[in-house]
Design a protein. Structure first.
Length: 167
């Protein structure tokens, strides 16, 4: 288009009968205009390419950011799951400890009640106590332990009961 314009101006000047100096100036002006137009077109292409690269780089950066955010969310979810598992295990351990402690307390209370009932029976009923049976109830039915507890005799007779039976 610029070349046509230059060609048209040149023909117009030649047809009008201008001198060579005027024609030369017109050609130089047309050449300058053509160079400027080419430079503007080149600058526009370079600008377009730079803009395209910038858009592609920005798009890539956004994709990477989204991938990083997705990884971060997955890591958070794993941490939350791990925390919940840890809390559940802690609560289960605490519950077991409470159950064991309660069981031990109940066992101690039952053992105390058993010992008190044996003592009450021995003192109140004034009858001999079968320590083998008492040890069996206390889960001490090991013969060696029974011998240590009972001594050589299997029947325990309190001294005041022996005196009453002898009289």
């Amino acid at each position: 288009m610029t070349r046509r314009l230059i060609g048209g101006l040149t023909l117009l000047l030649l047809a009008s009968g201008c001198r060579d100096g005027t024609t030369k100036i017109a050609r130089e002006a047309a050449d300058r205009q053509a160079r400027q137009n080419e430079q503007i077109a080149r600058t526009a292409r370079e600008s377009s390419q730079a803009t395209r690269r910038l858009i592609e780089e920005e798009s890539q950066a956004r994709r990477e950011l989204l991938a990083t955010e997705r990884q971060l969310q997955e890591e958070r979810a794993r941490l939350i799951d791990s925390w919940n598992d840890l809390e559940a295990r802690r609560q289960a351990a605490h519950s077991r400890e409470r159950t064991i402690a309660a069981g031990q307390t109940v066992a101690a209370a039952l053992a105390t009640l058993l010992a008190l009932s044996i003592a009450w029976r021995a003192l109140a009923a004034r009858s001999p106590v079968d320590l083998d049976a008492a040890c069996w109830l206390l889960d001490l039915h090991d013969p060696a332990a029974s011998h240590v507890i009972n001594g050589p005799s299997a029947d325990l007779q309190l001294p005041h009961l022996q005196q009453e039976t002898n009289q």
